[in-house]
Design a protein around this ligand. Structure first.
Ligand SMILES: Nc1ncnc2c1ncn2[C@@H]1O[C@H](COP(=O)(O)OP(=O)(O)OP(=O)(O)O)[C@@H](O)[C@H]1O
Length: 312
């Protein structure tokens, strides 16, 4: 597994988040399996995984909403409850209804009143882009507006750790961009931002560290570039002239996928050099040859499907 080494000055600081051999099962389902990780100040970390990978369970354990069956979860060297009571953590979760019969301003003010180190209400609403809907009742909001209110509640005070479970679901492109600009500012001020997402392009664009979870296990931990390298595959495409021998092409070494469409051949290979050597060995002369690294999405699929194949 690739580990991201934190800068020297961070290695001595207590970890913002520490999981040591954490396990959590629901009956027969192992939601979190022997998870160990540490997050450091100022990191923006994406938690990626397919449905049911254990992302929400991991965040619930981190926030002390559920207890681990075994192992230790600590935040800033404290228990999750202690860290939350100390006002060190802001969270924006997917589930959990918002209080309904109040206005947006009243709800945000309540959040500020409850925080030990609150920001001014107007500033919080401005930052979340909800000043224009301050007087609207919470139960009259659209899905995207509700997300912005959740975002405001996660940033009512000065938190050292911000935890977000699929925060931009339901937001339009403008809201999404504004949201991530704010999160970048928070990280630049030394806060740690941990978010679960299904939008791989967001992880690629925003996170400086990506954790890939699958069936409760941590499969990869590194920068988006390292995750792509770990998938170890390249995309190759070329055109062929003359008769095409499909069987010979499908038997090329190191292939993970192949698509033959007319004269164009598109492949994914674990060793593009060896695969192309074999193409030339067949006496073929590929034209318009293009070789590219995998995108994060394809790397993610490659890593999780390799894991499925190993488990089978
Ligand atoms: N309360 C529960 N009781 C029983 N099983 C549960 C419970 N909560 C989660 N699970 C199971 O634990 C596994 C991990 O679920 P979890 O919600 O943590 O995954 P996730 O990665 O957040 O998924 P998604 O992307 O779909 O939100 C899944 O198999 C899920 O069905």
């Amino acid at each position: 597994m690739t580990q991201t080494a934190p800068p020297t000055e961070q290695r001595t600081a207590p970890s913002v988040v520490s999981f040591e051999n954490v396990n959590k099962s629901y009956g027969d389902v192992r939601a979190v399996a022997d998870l160990s990780l540490r997050l450091h100040p100022g990191e923006t970390v994406a938690l990626l995984g397919p449905n049911g990978a254990g992302k929400s369970s991991t965040l619930d354990l981190l926030l002390g909403l559920r207890n681990a069956d075994s192992g230790t979860v600590s935040l800033f060297g404290m228990t999750p409850a202690q860290a939350i009571n100390a006002g060190k953590v802001g969270a924006m979760l997917q589930s959990g209804g918002l209080m309904e019969d109040v206005t947006v301003r009243e709800l945000v003010k309540l959040g500020c009143d409850l925080h030990p180190k609150p920001h001014p209400v107007a500033e919080v609403m401005d930052r979340a882009g909800i000043a224009q809907i301050a007087d609207r009742k919470v139960n009259k909001l659209s899905g995207g507006q509700e997300q912005r209110v959740r975002f405001a509640l996660a940033t009512v005070g000065a938190n050292d750790l911000i935890v977000l479970d699929e925060p931009t679901t339901g937001m339009d492109v403008t809201a999404r961009q504004a949201f991530w600009a704010t999160m970048r500012e928070q990280a630049a001020q030394g806060r740690t931002v941990l978010f679960a997402t299904h939008y791989l392009e967001e992880a690629d664009a925003i996170a400086d560290r990506v954790l890939v979870l699958h069936k409760g296990r941590l499969l990869a931990d590194g920068t988006a570039a390292e995750i792509k390298a770990k998938a170890g595959a390249r995309r190759v495409s070329f055109d062929l002239e003359g008769a095409i021998d499909e069987a010979a092409l499908r038997a090329l070494p190191f292939l993970s996928t192949i698509d033959i469409s007319g004269r164009t051949v598109r492949i994914q290979s674990h060793d593009a050099d060896a695969t192309m050597h074999a193409v030339y060995g067949l006496g073929l002369y590929p034209r318009n040859l293009e070789v590219a690294g995998l995108g994060l999405e394809q790397a993610f699929v490659a890593i999780t499907s390799a894991e499925e194949a190993n488990a089978a």
